[in-house]
Ligand binder design. Sequence first.
Ligand code: PLP
Length: 401
Amino acid sequence: MTEYLSKRLSAVRPPQTIALALKVQQMKAEGHDIISLGQGELDFATPEHVAEAGIKAIRDGQTKYTAVAGTPELKAAIARKLKRDNGLDYEPAQIIAGTGAKQLVFNAMMATVDAGDDVVIPVPAWVSYPDIVRLAGGNPILVPMTAADGWKLTPDALAAALTPATKWVMLNSPGNPTGALYTAEELAALCDVLRDHHALIMADDIYELIVHEGSFATPAAVAPDMVDRILTVNGVSKGFAMTGWRLGYAAGPAWLVRAMDILQSQSTSNPSTISQAAAAAALDTDPAELQPRLTRLTARRDMVMEAIAKMPGVEAATPPASFYVFPSVEGLMGARTPEGGVIENDMDLSNYILAAARVAVVPGSAFDMPGHLRLAYALSEDRLAEAMDRMVTALSALELP
Ligand code: PLP
């Protein structure tokens, strides 16, 4: 019955991550003890005071529609956060809340991208960017980054990718899947390249609060003369372990926010009223309260890096931010498994690791960078230690080419 599907949808790739997730589900159902390093979701609970704010909202009857772009209270909390943490000044008309950061990226693309428009996406990148651009009818222009450059887009690579058709440039720091973190100077250099070009800039700051070393910077703050073309996207999913609350936000020029509001009014309307109340409480959280969680995440990252050092053919520099490590596994291509199979690519390797170690990891090709794996260390320390032991054993059993 696929003839019923829209052309729009047929442009979208079947996500490799779904095939992996289905396999994991099936193996779990068969009774296997699978440890997943696949999910970009923290095991931590939503902070108590945030959950309480959600419960209070229900009890107080805050269970009705709100303004499409969010309540005045939430917008005020977002504005306070942007001022306090980023030194940015935004009016309510320049702020929109949505059902996760993902919806805001989607709305921004749907509101601005036409057939023939290019969107520059430095890769490896979050799986959704290219497909959201395709759904909007645009062309994702994938610009490869390298481990040697710390998985960061260079000004030269950006300059070479720009054409008159470039409508957007997507920047994501801290980055998924690599954990790369741009300095203010690096962002300023990219903004310098874009200053005389008409492209809009998307700054996806969703991992802002997960920085192990270095300081977070955001384009709107480093290039204040360009704020009319910058959309800053953020949310509570990652920093506050609130993925299921589905609450993200964006701040940018009023004309763009208005357009996104119109789109949203014909899809989801306002994000959950209850989640808005909880998110307002989250955004007013003293960062010191989150420090113990961050300390644990840093220790987990170090645990993964120690294990990687013991894995033959696997290499990665220590990522400064987010909860991902994105090692190269090029050294394992052509390796023979104990069963006599050959590892031809990163998908084969992730299948082997799943079968031999009962650990799920995402192949780099899902992020448009084959020859790598993404390991999310968003699970408990004991399970992570177990996963690392199993991976070291399984990879040591390969016969290297
Ligand atoms: N942006 C990036 C880079 C992400 O990795 C994710 C989630 O994985 C999102 C946005 C979406 O976040 P949300 O849960 O707020 O929709």
